[in-house]
Design a protein around this ligand. Structure first.
Ligand code: HPA
Length: 233
């Protein structure tokens, strides 16, 4: 086992889906996977391995924010031979034409976090999605007639910020949506030579202040999972 994941070598598949919420990991395992087995309960950050259409796939909760997310992604890549990490999460829309329930596929992830500047001695790394995963995800969405937007997103360190208009600068530069993990995910995968992608469902809008109830979130979660699971095949 590694420090935060209580799995044995071989317990975790080469492709891992990464929801922030550990109970979402349980829900995905129970709803979409066959023969799912729980391999991690350390800190309640549940992780499962099962099969989807005959292909082995794992799903691991990561918690919220880049520091928590990085702990799990680092251990998956460094200690369990994981090759493909796919975040499935929620985001806030920063654009008037991106609505609740829409799907956003992150080509790149900007950030207000200092984590990468710590890593790169004050310089800025530009984290981007793995092109193969990204182009396949777009193709799957098109085949299934699932509408989506693709582009730059913002991974923020601050959910409850003090400046209510702080997001508008990012929006003016075309950033589609805000969440809290992907800048770390894409960087850590690059370091390990692994493939990474982030697929998001819009759960709230900073433009209109609308938001989804947790029941409503479940409904659109399915489209995001359909795309993500196809990438494991
Ligand atoms: N801000 C940050 N992270 C988020 C949001 C948001 O509005 N919505 C979903 N994740």
């Amino acid at each position: 086992m590694s420090i935060h994941i209580g799995a044995k070598p071989g317990d975790i598949a080469e492709t891992v889906l990464l929801p922030g919420d550990p109970l979402r990991a349980k829900y995905v395992a129970e709803t979409f996977l066959d023969d799912a087995v729980c391999y991690n309960q350390v800190r309640g950050m549940l992780g499962y391995t099962g099969t989807w259409k005959g292909k082995r796939v794992s799903v691991q909760g990561t918690g919220m924010g880049i520091p928590s997310h990085l702990i799990y992604v680092h251990e998956l890549l460094a200690d369990y031979g994981v090759k493909r990490v796919i975040r499935v999460g929620s985001c806030g829309s920063l654009q008037p034409d991106i609505n609740l329930n829409d799907i956003v596929i992150a080509m790149s992830a900007s950030t207000d976090s200092n984590v990468n500047r710590l890593r790169f001695g004050g310089a800025d790394f530009a984290p981007c999605a793995d092109y193969q995963l990204f182009s396949r995800a777009c193709a799957v969405a098109q085949e299934k007639a699932i509408p989506f937007r693709a582009g730059n997103i913002l991974s923020t360190d601050v959910f409850y910020g003090d400046d209510p208009d702080g997001w508008k600068l990012w929006a003016r530069f075309g950033v589609l949506a805000v969440e809290m993990e992907t800048n770390g995910l894409y960087t850590e995968a690059a370091r390990a030579g692994a493939q990474a992608l982030c697929i998001l469902t819009v759960s709230d809008s900073l433009v209109t202040h609308a938001n989804l109830s947790s029941e409503e979130r479940e409904l659109t979660f399915g489209s995001m999972m359909e795309i993500a699971l196809e990438l494991a095949r």
